[in-house]
Design a protein around this ligand. Structure first.
Ligand SMILES: [Fe+2]
Ligand SMILES: [Fe+2]
Length: 192
């Protein structure tokens, strides 16, 4: 039952794989917009809920409220700087996504100011989330694996499972996977 209890961060690394696929679609969109080849507005209307629901609410929630909280209590302040930086990056991502969302309608009408706003928040979102995931996968998660005992990992794993059950009711994962597929299709489309 506790298959992951030896490696509590594996679930999070697996979720990063999907988030990175979404980021790749965003990179393609950014490169196209730089060359004035605009992906359809619908691409961004799928991308915003995918990143808000899957990356932020489903994934970041477990990191921030369960794992970071657990570690902060256990390490009594020694990890505050690193955890604070990771939280800050989550928060910056939320801000970029909200600003990007506000410019989608103007982007659809080819308003150049809105296109610029969308592009700047898109580029910032990709850069910050890309670095964030790299640091979690390569620096932070390996450290977490070393710091936590098997008992602690089991406790945290149980908390993850409870939270996932509740979150899946609110945010069906099938919708998130569909949004990602749609994004990949829409960004590949070419218009003359
Ligand atoms: Fe994170
Ligand atoms: Fe993460």
């Amino acid at each position: 039952m506790y298959r992951c209890s030896m490696n509590i961060t594996q679930t999070l690394v697996d979720e990063h794989v999907l988030i990175l696929k979404g980021l790749e679609a965003l990179r393609i969109a950014r490169d196209k917009i730089e060359r004035n080849r605009h992906p359809p507005k619908l691409f961004f209307e799928k991308a915003v809920p995918f990143f808000r629901n899957y990356a932020d609410q489903y994934h970041h929630y477990k990191e921030e409220f369960l794992m970071f909280g657990f570690l902060a209590r256990k390490k009594e302040g020694t990890l505050d700087l690193e955890i604070g930086a990771l939280r800050h990056q989550h928060e910056k991502g939320r801000q970029f996504l909200t600003r990007l969302e506000r410019s989608i309608n103007g982007y659809g009408m080819e308003n150049e100011i809105a296109v610029t706003t969308l592009l700047e928040n898109l580029a910032s979102f990709i850069a910050v989330l890309g670095r964030h995931i790299f640091r979690e996968d390569n620096l932070f998660f390996p450290m977490v694996e070393q710091e936590l005992s098997l008992d602690e990992k089991t406790t945290l794993f149980e908390q993850f499972q409870l939270e996932e059950q509740a979150l899946r009711k609110k945010l069906p994962l099938a919708n998130c996977f569909e949004q990602l597929e749609e994004m990949e299709k829409l960004v590949a489309m070419e218009f003359e």
